[in-house]
Design a protein around this ligand. Structure first.
Ligand SMILES: NC(=O)c1ccc[n+]([C@@H]2O[C@H](COP(=O)([O-])OP(=O)(O)OC[C@H]3O[C@@H](n4cnc5c(N)ncnc54)[C@H](OP(=O)(O)O)[C@@H]3O)[C@@H](O)[C@H]2O)c1
Length: 219
């Protein structure tokens, strides 16, 4: 991503979003955050603009996207997503607004246990989803509906989905890279750093890949 760009971060107060916001600001980008509770976005920082709102509200999306170069979604509400596809409903309103305002780049973080569009999970990932991760099933179904919508109806935009595997909020474990093989169990910070790099990765456009730690971090 070129220097000094403006990134609209959705979910900036969340576990991945907090890291991504800080990393983007440290890298010299401007961040516009949509937050239900602006106080959760932390202290005021140069380059950070927080706008109050919920994705379930009637938002002024064109105004939210005005001057934005890229949109990053790190949204999640496990409880609401058990009964409603909240993210899908929002992305279906966001994409037309992106078209209207000429914003083309969209990064959406889903989970490693969310199946890519029109594909099945590997038996191992499917077994994990239906046992220890069962309580997240609604979130995965919502993320899957987002991916299907992007793949079927939004190929004119430059979207990338990161199907993240995340296990902790601890110190960095290395550098994540894109894979269709076995996912790594990342930290929230490493996933956020990878999400930011993905914005610059033209090869990642229209992919819904997993991520794993690079074997040679210097490579
Ligand atoms: N957590 C994991 O272990 C994990 C693992 C792999 C993949 N993922 C995926 O990564 C993505 C982000 O997960 P996360 O764990 O970083 O998120 P998270 O900590 O649950 O935070 C979710 C963010 O979304 C915001 N949000 C939820 N509903 C909203 C609404 N109606 N309007 C505006 N903002 C709203 C939350 O705001 P509030 O602060 O107001 O709640 C928060 O900032 C999800 O797609 C998830 O499936 C997560």
């Amino acid at each position: 991503m070129p220097q000094q760009r403006t990134v609209l971060v959705l979910g900036a107060t969340g576990q991945t979003g907090r890291h991504l916001t800080s990393l983007a600001l440290e890298a010299g980008h401007r961040v516009r955050a949509l937050a239900r509770t602006p106080a959760k976005a932390g202290p005021s920082r140069p380059g950070l603009e927080v706008r109050r709102g919920s994705i379930t509200d009637e938002l002024d999306l064109d105004g939210l996207l005005d001057g934005v170069d890229a949109v990053v979604s790190l949204l999640g509400d496990v409880q609401a997503q058990r009964t409603r596809q909240v993210n899908t409903g929002f992305v279906r309103r966001l994409v037309p607004a992106m078209r209207r305002t000429g914003v083309r780049r969209f990064l959406y973080q889903a989970g490693a246990l969310s199946a890519p569009p029109h594909q099945r999970l590997s038996p191992v990932l499917w077994a994990i989803r239906n046992t220890v991760a069962r309580s997240y099933d609604g979130q995965h179904r919502d993320n899957e509906a987002v991916m299907r919508y992007l793949a079927d109806e939004a190929m004119d935009l430059e979207w990338t989905v990161h199907r993240a595997g995340i296990g902790s909020d601890g110190p960095s474990k290395g550098v994540l890279e894109r894979t269709q093989g076995t996912p790594g169990i990342g930290t929230f910070g490493d996933c956020a750093a990878y999400d930011l790099r993905l914005l610059d990765d033209a090869d990642a456009v229209h992919t819904c890949d997993l991520s794993a730690y690079r074997k040679n971090p210097l490579g």
